[in-house]
Write a protein that binds this ligand. Sequence first.
Ligand code: LLP
Length: 444
Amino acid sequence: MQLPQRFGFDVDPSGNLLIGGAAAAGLAARFGTPLHVLDEARVRANCRAYVEALRRYAPGPSRALFASKALCIVATCQLAYDEGMGLDVVSIGEIYTALQARVPADALVFHGSNKTPEEIAYGLEVGVGRFVVDNEYELGLLDRFARERGRRADVLLRVTPGIEPHTHRAIQTGGVDSKFGFGLLGPDAERAVRLALDAPGLRLRGLHCHIGSQILDVEPFLLAARAVIAFAAEMRGAGFVMDELNLGGGLGIRYRPEHEPPAPAVFVHDLMETVRDSLARHRLPTPTVYLEPGRSIVGDAGVTLYTVGAIKAIPGVRTYVSVDGGMYENPRPALYDARYTAVVATRAAEPPSRRVALAGRCCESGDVLIWEADLPEVREGDLVAVFSTGAYTYSMASNYNRYPRPAVVCARDGSAQIVVERETTADLVRHDRPLVPSPAARAR
Ligand code: LLP
C-alpha cells in the first residue's frame, strides 16, 4: 500500500496527493504555505463513528462530545455539533468559539483544573450544560456563585483513578501524581462527593475521568472505567446516584505507518462491554455515558503543507531539509517527541529513497518537525505534506519568532474554503503599544 493510502488519502494518476478530493499543489498555490488542510468528510466520519458506536453499544442513553481543545475553531465546532456531538470546553475562549458556531450552551461540558472566578461566572451566565468540577476550590466557588444567582449548577466530579497508560508523561493525566481531579486512591474523591451532595448550589449528576491522550491500547480505559464504577458503588451509601458517567477522551491515532490505533467503533464496543459488566456486577442503575474524543476526531483528518527551502547536507551525519513552518505552528515534536510521517505532495506515490531531517525555521536546534523523514529526493521548492496534523497543532500554535500562524482550510469534494485566515504581519503587532518615553528621556 502506498503511504498516503495508509493515512487514508488518495493520489491522482500523476502522483498528486489529494485531500478531500483537492490536489495539495493546487491548495498550496491558492492559499500559500504553510497550510493546515482539513478533510471535512473525514472529520464528519470520525464524529459519526463515535455517535453511532455509542448509540449502538452504550448500555443506555449516551452523548459524544468533541474535546474542542484539539482544534477549537468555529468550523470544527460547527462540524461536530452538526454530526450530533456536544463539546468539551475548557476556557471562556473555547466557550465563546462554540457559541459563535451556534452550538447551544447546554451542549457544552466545562472542564478545567483551575477555573477562575471569572470563568465560573461566565459559564453560569451563558448556561453551560455541565461543569466538571476538578477540586474543592472550584466546588466552593461554583456552589456560592450558583446560589447567589438563585441557581443550581449541574456537575460531574472529575476523579483520578491512578492509572498510567503508556503515553508521553506530559499527556498522562489519570495517575496519582497528577494536578487533575480528586484522587480515587485516597480520601479526596469520597470527601468531594459528600461536599457536592451537601452543596445547595450544586446538583451532582455523576463522575468524570480522563486518563491521558494518544493511547493506542484499550486496556487502560477498561481499568479506569472499572475503578470509577466501583467507586460509584462505594458511594451509594452516602446517597450518591451516578446518573452520568463521562469516561473522557484519549484514543490515539496513526502518526507513523506502523501505528495501529483501534477503530473508534471497536474502542467504544470494548469499553461499553466493560461498563455494562461493571454496572451489573455492582447492581448500579444505567447512567448516561459520555465520551469526549478530541484527537481521534480531527487528528487524522488534518494535513500540513510546507514548501521546502534550504537544504543542508552534512556528509556522514545528516541532511536537513528546511520548510517554511516549524514549532510555532506544530510544537508537538519539540514538546512530546511526537513523530510524524511526510511525503512529497506532488510525487506522493514515489517510494522513499533517503532519510532526512525535516527542519522548521525557528531559531532553535530543536525545531525539527521530523528527525527521521523517509522521502524521495527532495529539492528546493518541493511541496511536502505531513499527515495527521489536525489535532493539537493549530490549537497549540504560537507566534514564536514572530511568525504569523498559518491559514486553515477545509477541503470537500475537490474544492476548499478558508476556515481560519492566515495571520498577517500587522496582526502580530496589533496589541503592541509603543513605549512612551519618560520626561527625562524626552528632554535629552
Ligand atoms: N477530555 C479531557 C478532560 C481532556 O483533558 C482531553 C485532552 C480530552 C478529553 C481529549 O483527549 P484526546 O481524545 O484528544 O486524546 N497537547 C497534547 C494532548 C493533550 C490532551 C489534553 N487533554 C498533544 O498534543 O498530544
